[in-house]
Design a binder for this molecule. Sequence first.
Ligand SMILES: NC(=O)c1ccc[n+]([C@@H]2O[C@H](COP(=O)([O-])OP(=O)(O)OC[C@H]3O[C@@H](n4cnc5c(N)ncnc54)[C@H](O)[C@@H]3O)[C@@H](O)[C@H]2O)c1
Length: 365
Amino acid sequence: MSEVINKVALIGAGSMAEYHVKGYRQAEAEVVALVDKNPAVGRAFATRFGLRGGCYGTLGEMLEAHPEVQAVSVITPNKFHLPLVTEALSRGLHVFCEKPPALNAAETREMAAVAAKNQRVLMFDLNNRARLDAQYVKRQIREGAVGRINSAQAVWQRRTGIPGFGGWFTTKALAGGGPLIDLLHMIDLALWFMDYPEPEFVLAQTFEDFIHDPDFRGVWANTKGDANGTTDIEAACHGFVRFKTGQVLYLHNSWAELVKKEDTYVALQATGTGVFIRSVNESNTCELYSQEHGVSRDQCLRFRNDLDMGRTRAPANFIDTLNGKAEPLTSVDEAIRLMELIDTVYLSAEKSRPVHIVDHSYIVC
Ligand SMILES: NC(=O)c1ccc[n+]([C@@H]2O[C@H](COP(=O)([O-])OP(=O)(O)OC[C@H]3O[C@@H](n4cnc5c(N)ncnc54)[C@H](O)[C@@H]3O)[C@@H](O)[C@H]2O)c1
């Protein structure tokens, strides 16, 4: 791509927007303006971050005033990802969309088709891939040090961590689901480490215990809730996936569960080196396990200056990718596969049956 991409705008001025501003500035792009349907929130954000273009109510209005904008971030509640991403792509913009890509795989495929038709770049904010420890592990895998990954555990568990209790996060029609779809990062990391193998069977169960109990509210998005609002999603999800390669994955996501405390990790059992990476208390740890000459060798690496789970580096990577300076951290195909897996996990839980996947179609066994 020969044109330099350095003029961007944001759609959605909520809790994630400041990471996008920081990331774009890190990549030397200007955040020109903002779109938010709530003018008070949008104006306050534009002022706080010194956006010269200010805030607009729609993408069309913003582009009329600022035709120089070449790319946008979509940072709204999940339900609005599809209409906003497709509108932006159709208007000729490159798009960086927050996770989850959409409410489901069908919507993600629709976005992919619009991106291809308009020949625009579409990337998703699977920011944990940008963490220093995750990058280190991926490098070790690429260089062959890890060997064949047989099995993985992907866990993001919380004890009292329901975000925005009664708000959009806990409303299925707006969010697509609960912790499974919201905290999909560790599942994505495990799949990324395993080179996104094709799933064969999924067996999963969701649980609703504690989801209506305000004592299980979390700090994230806490001010956006409504004590009398909707909570029609799961509180926890446990699942098991067998891939066509023979590899397996155990996944565990929860917002409200009687566990000791919040924990976020991926563990890999492999033929060369075992891996355990955890992000907790603003410090990432990576442990590597091997057997050498009859000796058990454990290495513990600490990545201390990595405080935001890659949330700044991911939008910077989007700009660097557009300008040919970096490889993309995410691909549309992987986003589709991720959402297919999540759809399948929900289907297995809903039907209380294993689900067999054949040619991207789901068959309840
Ligand atoms: N990558 C991460 O670590 C991470 C963390 C939290 C949230 N997220 C994702 O970021 C997205 C936004 O989450 P948030 O916590 O910032 O939400 P939020 O509720 O804090 O903010 C959303 C903003 O979008 C605006 N908005 C809603 N609909 C709109 C529309 N149609 N057009 C324009 N503006 C609109 C709202 O007025 C609000 O200001 C979600 O998809 C969420 O899953 C990602």
